[in-house]
Design a protein around this ligand. Structure first.
Ligand code: O7M
Length: 215
């Protein structure tokens, strides 16, 4: 996936109006947004199509799909039918569940991102112990796209080592969660940034300033 400025906006706002207001300010800098449950539950799945029609953005749906294979297929199919360019699934549920998501992505000619280790402190309790194996599972399944944390660069580097340089890693945790944008991009292809842009008094300037730090 080609992502402008290697920056994905995490649009976890709670209304379509607010989402459109933020996007309107950022079209110069951003061509890819990530939406998740906050905005989808507030507005319904039609928000994907609304945003895609208004802006020429790629939309990654962060539904962290984590169910049995049959249910995962239904979730992914509905998401792609609604216009998503990509969906994110969890890896801890195992290869049959992940394969169902991958099959759906292939059927709709869209992308799947496999979430390995998460960025928050709680990820150390259970997920981290299995993150390398999750990443390896992705490699064995020929998955190309991954999510790995900006908050622990040693772990991000290790996951990069496992998935290889041809894989595409997007990385959340920059800004509010403490991760550094430039350092993260040593190992990741793109960063995911939410609150430090959309909660800022001036999202456009916040975005512009962040991009300057990447040069
Ligand atoms: O910049 P923030 O902290 O406001 O937002 C980060 C976004 O990335 C937010 O949408 C989180 O739900 C998401 N995220 C994480 O913060 N950590 C993870 O480990 C994984 C994700 C994510 O995008 O999952 C796919």
């Amino acid at each position: 996936m080609e992502i402008k400025n290697n920056l994905i906006l995490a649009l976890d706002v709670l209304s379509g109006k607010k989402a459109i207001e933020i996007c309107n300010q950022l079209t110069e800098y951003i061509d890819t947004i990530k939406i998740g449950y906050p905005l989808t539950l507030a507005e319904g799945i039609s928000i994907i199509g609304i945003l895609k029609e208004k802006f020429d953005f790629k939309v990654i749906c962060d539904y962290k799909v984590a169910d049995i294979d049959a249910t995962n297929s239904k979730i992914c199919n509905q998401t792609f039918k609604a216009g998503a360019d990509a969906i994110i699934c969890h890896g801890f549920v195992g290869s049959d569940s992940v394969q169902a998501c991958f099959n759906s992505a292939k059927k709709y000619d869209k992308e799947l991102f496999l979430l390995t280790e998460m960025s928050h402190p709680g990820a150390k309790e259970f997920l981290q112990k299995n993150a390398d194996a999750i990443a390896q599972m992705g490699v064995d399944m020929n998955i190309k796209n991954y999510v790995a944390p900006a908050t622990r660069l040693d772990r991000l580097r290790e996951i990069r080592n496992i998935v290889g340089n041809d894989a595409y890693i997007i990385s959340p945790g920059v800004g509010k969660q403490g991760g550094d944008a430039k350092k993260t991009l040593k190992y990741a292809n793109a960063i995911i940034v939410g609150r430090s842009i959309y909660e800022s008094d001036n999202p456009k300037i916040a975005c512009e300033n962040l991009i300057k730090t990447l040069k």
